[in-house]
Design a binder for this molecule. Structure first.
Ligand code: GLN
Ligand code: ZN
Length: 757
């Protein structure tokens, strides 16, 4: 008999219960007792739901008040000095590490592999010691047991934990701390063994990354040491890709089970076959996509499972999602307003458990036992493939044509720069902003009234125009050189465009955790993307009609729209991205025709889309840059294309940034004190750059002096003729008074700097 597994389940609950309780606790509306008891209720619900759907391998400790990597750091008492004054192991200390306090900045946060989930980076000392602290996994294991549910405690494995950590205060490789960490893992395993746990799941997604020989050796050493302890059986879970050249290491580990992601690595079982499967081990087959929302092709999944049975024997095979279901929403049945046809194509976490249960039945009892369901699945997939809503001849024909275009601007940047200078007559170091202005309560109230039907569209739009007018006046008064309309009509930079493009569908409850209590509701791209009509032109032209200064049009780029959506799985991602790019191109050309002289195409997600393996970078960057060029290359030389990316590391991708050939790129730099401009200097980047001169994440108003200082630094690595002056990112989350004050200082700083050049 095969075993069904969910190797991790969404944390938030069907109605984001976790978000609510945690935020109420932060606001002091509920106390620790209530938080604790509501959390226990939610854990119970999560376990029960899985059990009811037939899951046998249900994990414990996939619940977290904030983040599972932070949980692991706390489990082993890796608490930085600045939090040690707080009661050890308390919720207060835990949330302080997650969110910071008045006197202690939070741990750094970054993306969990190539997902949109963010984890907290464990901060270690050069001689960090680890010791088993409050044993949350054990407590949750016992809690489930008391409910009559036998669970498998899950924890991030030692190598992945150290690979994700950083050592502060010394050039020390975190992996060198492995000898200190292993005893803590041993103690943890022993505690579970004693409590009667038969298995644990150690997540080691680091096994799908490019590893050095030393790192591979660290895996061997770590697990050789752990294997000796008195302990439960260990299943090592890899996901988000194929172990590839690390596969033989993975197979060598002296553990009792291995999980493989067959969605990202469809051919991994052939490689396992070639290397030989160690008999008697449990083979967990991640056949159901844990990263996307489509109903599975059950025949294809079944074929993988049969292969697995052949390798390991049915009694050792586990049927699982490709990775934890953390990355998909809870239940598609909550989407009562969704178009029924599209809804029938979707599977969220609960539906994925049903698929797993069905596959088990097919394997255990033979396919004929579930013949009708399998046939229904085939019909469903066929109807999706054939649906006229998916495939649009007009879109395909245009894309075929695009493939023959060169996608160059009319002239190289130097020539464009001259023409644009003649057109816009901007001073040296022109000042501008990144697009959004504060989305005040008033703006949100207005949108809510309109959505509820209390305000007619005319009324709402008149309000938006009045906000635009007010902010054009403010910008003129401050003396900015290039203005924006402020993005008041947008809740979210992807949702706004998705709602106006064909091929997208939106959910009401499709929340996925992004970090801590924050969730996102990614749009679902189900079909060919096209733009039925202009999306931003009337807002930009209205703003431009109010001023003599140039107003930048403001668009979200194709890669970012793709990256922050659930993407269809029946055509390559690159192809969907090209379709979005064509839609954005149409918008760019309409803006240009309407007299908008500068157009910004934001690509904040371009870098995060980089594949986990270097070998795949070139292909990705190739199509990502191509898509930006599809969107941007159609304009005249006199039209100035801007782009914006709100992150720091460019070293690895400078050729791609240059190939995008935006006339101006604005980036985040203030927090790194212009350090990252070095990449641009080193690469001899030709086009214009606006390095952010202040951090928009804080309400603090930066002084003129400090911004002048940053501009000096910038001007020492980049020619002043290339430099623009702007904040790090959009100002949507800021308050109005601080925004105006900061921008005034920024304009002063630019003027002072100009005078000194
Ligand atoms: N134009 C967007 C804004 O100003 C850019 C946001 C972003 O880079 N994430 O809000
Ligand atoms: Zn940004």
């Amino acid at each position: 008999m095969t075993i069904t597994a969910s190797i991790g389940f969404p944390r938030m609950g069907p109605r984001r219960e976790l978000k609510r309780m945690v935020e109420q606790f932060w606001q002091g509306k509920i106390g620790e007792d209530e938080l604790t008891s509501r959390a226990a209720e939610l854990r119970k619900l999560r376990w029960q739901v899985q059990k009811d759907r037939g899951v046998e391998w249900i994990v414990a400790n996939d619940f977290s008040f904030y983040d599972h990597v932070l949980d692991a750091a706390c489990l082993f008492q890796a608490v930085p000095e600045r939090f040690r004054a707080l009661p050890s192991g308390s919720l207060q200390q835990y949330f302080a590490m997650a969110r910071g306090t008045q006197d202690a900045t939070a741990l750094e946060m970054t993306k969990w592999f190539d997902t949109n989930y963010h984890y907290l980076v464990p901060e270690l000392e050069p001689d960090q010691v680890f010791a088993l602290g409050v044993n949350k996994p054990l407590n949750e294991y016992l809690e489930a047991k008391a409910l009559g549910i036998e669970t498998v405690p899950q924890l991030v494995g030692p190598i992945t934990f150290l690979k994700l950590a950083k050592v502060v205060g010394g050039e020390v490789d975190p992996l060198s701390l492995l000898p200190n960490l292993i005893p803590a893992y041993e103690a943890w395993l022993a505690s579970l063994h004693e409590a009667g746990a038969a298995w644990v799941q150690l997540d080691e997604p680091a096994l799908v990354l490019d590893l050095t020989d030393a790192e591979r050796q660290a895996f061997v050493d770590a697990y050789a040491a752990l294997a000796k302890a008195a302990r439960p059986s260990i299943l090592v879970a890899t996901y988000f890709g194929s172990p590839g050249d690390n596969l033989s290491t993975a197979l060598e580990l002296p553990v009792e089970g291995l999980h493989l992601d067959l969605v990202r690595a469809a051919d991994v079982l052939q490689q396992v076959h070639a290397l030989g499967w160690p008999k008697g081990r449990r083979l967990s087959l991640g056949v159901i996509d844990g990263r996307n929302v489509w109903r599975a092709d059950l025949d294809a999944a079944f074929a993988h499972l049969e292969q697995g049975v052949h390798l390991a024997g049915a009694e050792h095979v586990m049927i699982a999602p490709s990775c934890s279901l953390l990355h998909v929403p809870w239940d598609v049945e909550l989407e009562t307003d969704m178009d029924p046809e599209i809804k029938s194509w979707l599977a969220f976490a609960l539906q994925k458990l049903d698929e797993i249960a069905l596959l088990k039945q097919a394997l255990d009892e033979g396919r004929s036992a579930v013949g009708a369901q399998l046939e229904a699945n085939r019909e469903l997939l066929a109807s999706r493939r054939a649906s006229a809503r998916l495939n649009r001849e007009d879109v395909r024909a245009r894309l075929d044509e695009v493939k023959t275009w060169k996608l160059d601007r009319q002239s190289p940047h130097a020539a464009r720069k001259e023409k644009q200078a003649a057109r816009f007559k901007l001073p040296l170091l022109p000042t501008t902003t990144i697009g959004s202005f504060p989305q005040t309560q008033a703006v949100r109230d207005a949108r809510a009234k309109w959505r509820k039907g209390e305000w007619a569209t005319d009324e709402y739009e008149a309000y938006l125009r009045s906000e635009i007018r007010r902010w054009i006046d403010i910008q003129e008064d401050i003396g900015l050189d290039v203005l924006v309309h402020g993005e008041f009509e947008r809740t979210d930079m992807v949702e706004y465009f998705g709602e106006m493009l064909d091929g997208f569908v939106f959910t009401k409850h499709g929340w996925v955790q992004s970090y801590g209590s924050r969730c996102v509701k990614p749009p679902i791209i189900y079909g060919d993307v096209a733009r039925p009509e202009p999306m931003t032109v009337r807002w930009s032209t209205y703003a431009q009609s109010l001023t003599e200064k140039p107003v930048k049009g403001m668009l979200t780029g194709p890669v970012t729209i793709l990256q922050w959506s659930f993407v269809r799985d029946d055509i390559p991602r690159a192809e969907t991205c090209r379709q979005i790019a064509l839609a954005i191109r149409d918008e760019v050309l309409d803006l240009e025709a309407a007299g908008i002289g500068m157009i910004q195409i934001d690509e904040p997600a371009l870098r995060e889309g980089l594949p986990l393996r270097r070998a795949d970078w070139e292909a990705y960057l190739g199509w990502a840059v191509e898509c930006f060029r599809i969107a941007s290359s159609g304009v005249r030389d006199e039209t100035q294309i801007h782009t914006h990316m709100c992150y720091a590391e460019f070293n690895d991708i400078m050729p791609a940034i240059q190939a995008m050939d935006a006339d101006v790129i604005s980036i985040e730099t203030s927090r790194s004190h212009m350090e990252l401009l070095k990449a641009f200097e080193h690469f001899r980047y030709e086009n214009d750059i606006g390095p952010g001169v202040y951090d928009i994440h804080s309400p603090r108003v930066p002084s003129v002096d400090e911004m002048v200082e940053l501009l000096r630094k910038a001007a020492s690595v980049i020619r002043p003729e290339q430099l623009w002056v702007n904040p790090d990112c959009g100002l949507k989350t800021r308050g109005e008074p601080e925004t105006a004050a900061a921008l005034r200082n920024m304009v002063d700083a630019a003027q002072r700097m100009r005078a000194s050049l």
